[in-house]
Design a protein around this ligand. Structure first.
Ligand code: G3P
Length: 219
């Protein structure tokens, strides 16, 4: 399972990269705004900074246009920034056409705002590299986000689609574990959810005892 971090915060990306487990970064316009990154030039520069930190990882950069021509123009500019850029495209009608365009040009894509199996099927048919079902946002409206991951896994396996399931809007460590059990190809979540995987009280108690016993015998 690939681990992506869902942030535009450079310090958090550095921390995840230094942990040695990072396979990529996902961003969106809200995450860029949260870091105070505004204006096209600053946004483009920020994507390059992220690519330089996350080294070999796939970096999702989202288009703002909602028409086909605009998405193609923006996506090409984003893809030209760095070889690791993945063009992130919303699941709308013109987005499906843009996915097909980029797929035929060999440019990686991430189809975002996926909330149903039908949307995931369309994105795969159009040749998306990744689909991003937002599991946390489904949970927020009392709908089982993980059930959607299971449904998409079944559909993609039935037809051997190459499109990777990128479980997005992950909120906590159980989301990550359950996505891994189901067989999501990738998860993207906050650094807090990734670091929470480290925690177990028995690990802390055990380590404390090992160190205390060592200290007793090595006074
Ligand atoms: O990757 C999608 C993500 O950015 C949405 O997460 O927590 O805003 O639902 P969230």
């Amino acid at each position: 399972m690939k681990f992506f971090i869902d942030t535009a915060n450079l310090d958090q990306i550095v921390e995840a990269q230094n942990l040695g487990i990072l396979d990529g970064v996902t961003t969106n316009p809200s995450l860029m705004a949260k870091e105070g990154i505004t204006g096209q030039d600053n946004i483009m520069k920020h994507y390059v900074d992220i690519c330089n930190i996350a080294k070999d990882g796939d970096i999702s950069a989202e288009v703002i246009s909602t028409d086909y021509e605009g998405m193609v123009r923006e996506g090409e500019a984003l893809a030209n920034l760095h070889p690791n850029i993945v063009v992130k495209i919303p699941m709308i009608k013109d987005g499906v056409k843009a996915l097909k365009y980029f797929s035929e040009k060999g440019i990686k894509t991430n189809c975002t705002l996926i909330f149903s199996a039908g949307q995931a099927l369309l994105a795969a048919k159009a040749g998306a590299t990744y689909v991003s079902p937002f599991i946390g946002r489904l949970d927020d409206v009392s709908t089982d986000g993980l059930a959607l991951i299971e449904q998409i896994r079944t559909i993609y396996d039935n037809y051997m689609f190459d499109t990777e399931i990128l479980a997005a809007s992950v909120r906590h460590p159980m989301h990550i574990i359950e996505c891994a059990e189901i067989g999501a190809d990738v998860m993207t979540g906050p650094l807090s959810a990734i670091l929470a995987l480290l925690n177990h009280p028995l690990t802390d108690i055990g380590l404390e005892k090992f160190l205390a016993d060592y200290a007793k015998g090595n006074k």
